[in-house]
Design a protein around this ligand. Structure first.
Ligand SMILES: Nc1ncnc2c1ncn2[C@@H]1O[C@H](COP(=O)(O)OP(=O)(O)OP(=O)(O)O)[C@@H](O)[C@H]1O
Ligand SMILES: [Mg+2]
Length: 270
């Protein structure tokens, strides 16, 4: 089928994942189904430890599923998927490389000439507000600036699909809101499909077309909510949208039981 006819960019079908535990295995994800359509912005929320990072890592081809299939643009994932950009939960900058060298590295690995790679790196660093900091090393940047570099690393090779694993969690509230709006603007320009993992339900609602709720392990999808807000997306304005409070309480209703179940399991040492 030609790529243009594939409307679903990611299809997760009956996927499970088990990790070795003691003499056996512990199933973290079980029979999980999820479809992401072209150009959609989908957030995934769920209790800590339920398997969100594991799921996006399987979508990107960094971790192998134990069962089921994952298709990206109709092709089964069997290793790293080049059209996917991945922002890790922990920031993964190389400390011995400057900001521009960090951003240029994946481009160089793809065979782009050094001068061109550095040119593109600088353009993206400017777009994330770091035009004055090309030559700084990660230890010379604040936590928020390092996150911006990590986002520039991902955006610089212009992937069609972005997988963002809690990209803003270490940021102060103000920087976070600015970066959320920047990301919305960049995605509105670029039309990428985005999967955002977050613990912040407000962030999930104001950023997304859909919010998906994962259950406490073994994880599956227990809620899938379409987000209809009236005005254009803006993280400052959208929280006062007339539909916001209703959506928040509906999704929190799904999520609360799972967070409680995960907490009880933790106490019981399972
Ligand atoms: N490589 C691994 N080996 C064994 N267990 C693992 C491995 N990676 C993850 N796990 C376990 O799988 C479960 C899910 O982990 P994962 O990191 O996907 O959760 P999460 O939903 O992203 O959590 P958080 O919200 O805290 O980031 C956890 O219990 C974790 O301990
Ligand atoms: Mg995680």
């Amino acid at each position: 089928m030609p790529a243009s006819e594939v409307r679903s960019v990611i299809e997760v079908c009956g996927v499970s994942k088990a990790f070795p535990a003691g003499d056996g295995a512990r199933e973290v994800i079980s029979g999980l189904d999820l479809t992401i359509s072209a150009g959609e912005f989908v957030s995934i929320v769920g209790p800590s430890g339920c398997g969100k990072s594991t799921l996006v890592s399987m979508m990107a081809g960094l971790t192998e599923a134990s069962g089921g299939t994952i298709l990206v643009r109709g092709e089964q994932v069997r290793g790293l998927v080049p059209e996917i950009g991945f922002a890790f939960q922990r920031d993964a900058l190389l400390p011995w490389r400057t900001a521009e060298q960090n951003v240029a590295l994946p481009l160089r690995c793809r065979g782009i000439r050094k001068a061109d790679a550095l040119g593109r790196a600088r353009t993206w660093l400017e777009r994330v507000g770091l035009g004055q900091h090309f030559g700084k090393y990660p230890h010379q940047l604040s936590g928020g600036m390092r996150k911006r570099v990590a986002i520039a690393v991902m955006l610089a090779y212009e992937p069609d699909i972005l997988l963002l694993d809690e990209p803003f969690s270490a940021l102060d509230v103000q920087t976070r809101s600015l970066m959320e709006n920047d990301l919305l603007a960049l995605c509105a320009d670029g039309g990428q499909s985005v999967v955002l993992i977050t613990h912040d339900l407000e962030e999930a609602i104001v950023m997304s077309d859909r919010v998906v709720v994962m259950s406490a392990g073994p994880a599956r999808v227990i809620g899938d909510h379409r987000i209809e807000l009236t005005g254009p997306r803006d993280v400052f304005e959208s929280k006062s949208d007339p539909n916001f409070a209703g959506l928040y309480s509906k999704i929190w209703n799904d999520l609360r039981a799972e967070v409680q179940a995960a907490g009880q399991r933790e106490l019981a040492g399972r």
